[in-house]
Design a protein around this ligand. Sequence first.
Ligand code: SAM
Length: 330
Amino acid sequence: MQVLADIQTAYRNFAVYAAGNSPCFEEWALGVAADRQVQRWLARLPEPKRQPNLVFAAARWDGLVAPAPYGDLREALLGDTGRIRATILERATQTNEVGRLATLLPAFASVPGTGAVGLLEVGASAGLCLYPDRWSYSWTTDHGTVTAGSAAPTLFADVSGPAALPDDVPEVAWRGGIDRNPLDAADPETSRWLLTLVWPEHEDRRARLEEALDIARREPPGLRRGDLLQELPGLAAEALAALPDDARLLVFHSAVIAYLDVHGRELFAALMRDLLTDPRLHWVSNERPRALPTVTATGPEPPPGRYVLGIDGHAVGHTHQHGRSLHWWG
Ligand SMILES: C[S@@+](CC[C@H](N)C(=O)[O-])C[C@H]1O[C@@H](n2cnc3c(N)ncnc32)[C@H](O)[C@@H]1O
């Protein structure tokens, strides 16, 4: 049956994505990929709701303690009285990973021009990546440690290749985002869901997320609700009008474009190329290889599980999906 085969493939692919990052999620994904009964349970969900990150988070939200052996997930799903299913149907994966800033900042710093920037994040979730200036950075390179910024807390990443690492954080003159479902960091249930989306063994990410939520609670980001294809041109025009003449607007996104269908991805790439005709606007993308094939094609083949970092449509590096490392060729 095609549906079960598709579920099997999706969970096998997720196991590759989780390998080396979460032994628990790798085991769970491989377990589902080999378990017809659980695949049949998943097949009763609408297709977009069968994704591993959502299913695993919903089981944990409803009481499954992780890390745990695959058998515990199996028992939770097959014994579900309706609560896990309801969570899956109600909620969406909107993982907001502020650690990605450690691999985005070198791209922000490499955009042509100097001076203040405006930051417009497409698919911002709770907007936690809109505050690169509230963190400091520590990059481990082949030539030693490079740091930027003086604020606590610190974001860390390993960097290889000739990345031009900045020695300071950007001066942000405007910030705002778009999401079809903007999340409010001040809402306790929302915060708890975002914390549940963090993979089981990743205590460092959970601690970082708590800090990022605090930052957004103190200074709530301006997030526009709506579809990115509809909202981006108008918000970009507003941001450009609000910025001083010598400032640049960086439109950026990470882990978002894969949510669009193939046609939507093409429309988005065309929209960005259109927006790039304004010399004050630049584009920083950080996405799975297949999300923006025209950007991916400008660089070497990405290793499994890596994102492609792009500036103005050209691949400049490969990044770890949660911002733990960056390989730059520029
Ligand atoms: C995985 S989260 C990534 C959040 C953030 N960019 C980060 O890196 O932490 C993807 C976000 O994209 C949003 N999104 C997906 N498709 C969208 C669309 N068509 N229009 C607006 N937002 C969208 C989702 O609601 C979600 O909040």
